[in-house]
Design a protein around this ligand. Structure first.
Ligand SMILES: Cc1cc2nc3c(=O)[nH]c(=O)nc-3n(C[C@H](O)[C@H](O)[C@H](O)COP(=O)(O)OP(=O)(O)OC[C@H]3O[C@@H](n4cnc5c(N)ncnc54)[C@H](O)[C@@H]3O)c2cc1C
Length: 404
């Protein structure tokens, strides 16, 4: 009896890695879906092939900026003043999509568009918004956000050491800001300082490259988000005109309004980071053979993959509900805090399981997973640590403040 082609059992094709298990993208209207696809294509085609090189070199991929600007995303989620606009759901899904390929690139954009532009949008006067936001939306001017100081991090609401003193029509700023993303190369800084007259926190726009007394030293030797350039800013008798004092920001409450929106974004980024880790790990598990079989066929590896997709799917559903609340103008600080704390903690678990699946290769950046593993650490800490989010949440649910 001869064997026919029909008799030879073809191996069943394996499903391609898909981290949208509950089909979240389907809830977007078609025009937003098209924008999301453009971001996915840019991230996969332009960013993915080169990002490990930049991560290892601890440098920023300026070569990506011309094509990135063409996506017209500056001021995503902000309305008017040349900003991209769009729903909070679209804003979140785009942040997630970026982080799915690289958390550093998502962070660079989040700092510029969410923190820096968001501060001006939330606390600037009409004239200030008209002056600063359009060139930032076109990404001709890139911004950063300076709140954290060498000696004041989580305790920022309790008092900043950077001071602002009014002197006629100008303000004189003195102090330091640490960890400020984009600051070693960007054009504008939003600096938060304590007005010595009333002890309230106020925000100022400083033009980095032309302001005497303003200097930035790049922070070296990070092991997370290495593509984002973080700086230590020193302000020595920096004179800022009153017109650069953000007029509607009169206390830390205004800073907190901006932070609520950007914690919102970190929840999405932590979800995207898990998606990237999962997809890389699943592909590896389907291809890597041990004992003559793909490691993905082993029960213990499937357990890790099942836990990864469960974690990230839970986070996706949470952030989508958060977006609905935000789009209705109902999102509270505590809800944003829950999301930031929960997604970043799950992210830490998910990327660690992904790294485990790669065995020894998991500690090499060449296999991508090590980048997600390291970057998850920064997500847990920046824009308010895990502990600070849970203190905000704890206060909301108990009615009792445990802040010291
Ligand atoms: C990669 C990266 C990028 C960043 N980018 C920016 C940026 O662009 N702009 C900016 O302004 N900042 C930025 N930051 C700073 C970041 O927001 C701070 O690191 C963070 O808020 C924590 O402050 P800290 O590092 O001073 O830690 P600390 O406040 O010293 O905290 C140390 C530990 O003590 C815990 N802790 C503190 N107080 C309490 C308390 N009351 N109860 C319980 N636990 C407590 C914290 O949770 C943490 O575990 C960035 C940080 C990193 C790592």
């Amino acid at each position: 009896m001869s064997t026919t082609a029909k008799d030879i059992r073809q191996p069943k094709p394996l499903p391609p890695p898909n981290s949208d298990f509950y089909q979240l993208a389907e809830i977007l209207p078609p025009e937003d879906l098209a924008d999301l696809s453009k971001v996915r294509s840019f991230m996969e085609t332009n960013v993915a092939p080169i990002i490990n090189k930049y991560w290892v070199e601890d440098s920023f991929p300026f070569e990506l900026l011309p094509a990135f600007k063409e996506l017209n995303l500056g001021g995503l989620g902000l309305q008017g003043y040349g900003c991209r606009g769009g729903s909070q759901l679209l804003t979140g899904l785009i942040a997630m999509e970026m982080a799915r390929v690289d958390v550093s690139f998502a962070t660079f954009f989040g700092v510029h568009s969410g923190l820096a532009m968001g501060s001006i949008h939330a606390t600037g006067s009409e004239e200030q918004k008209q002056k600063w936001l359009p060139p930032m939306a076109r990404m001709e001017k890139i911004g950063c956000f300076g709140l954290t100081e060498p000696l004041v991090g989580s305790g920022a609401s309790g008092g900043l050491l950077t001071t602002a003193k009014k002197d006629g029509g100008t303000w004189v700023l003195n102090g330091q800001k640490k960890w400020i993303g984009n600051s070693p190369w960007c054009d504008l800084s939003i600096i938060w300082a304590r007005d010595v007259a009333d002890n309230q926190v106020k925000a100022f726009i400083i033009e980095n490259k032309t302001t005497p007394g303003f200097s930035v030293e790049k922070i070296q030797n990070k092991f997370a988000l290495k593509v984002v350039q973080n700086g230590l800013i020193t302000l020595k008798d920096v004179r800022v005109p009153e017109e650069n004092h953000l007029q509607a920001g009169q206390s830390f409450r205004d800073t907190a309004r901006v932070l609520r929106q950007t914690r919102y974004l970190v929840g999405w980024e932590a979800t995207g980071c898990q998606m990237g880790a999962f997809e890389h790990a699943l592909k590896y598990a389907q291809e890597r053979l041990q004992f003559g079989k793909p490691i993905g066929s082993f029960q213990l590896i499937q357990d890790l993959l099942a836990k990864m997709i469960s974690n990230l799917t839970a986070c996706q559903c949470l952030v989508v509900r958060m977006a609905q609340l935000d789009d209705q103008g109902k999102l509270t600080d505590a809800q944003a805090a829950l999301s930031k704390a929960f997604t970043t903690a799950r992210c830490r678990e998910t990327v660690a399981w992904g790294r485990e699946i790669f065995g020894g290769n998991g500690v090499s950046i060449d296999y991508d997973i090590g980048r997600f593993f390291a970057d998850a650490e920064a997500l847990l800490t920046y824009e308010g640590t895990y502990q600070m989010q849970n203190l905000i949440l704890g206060k909301a649910v108990t009615g009792l403040s445990a802040f010291v």
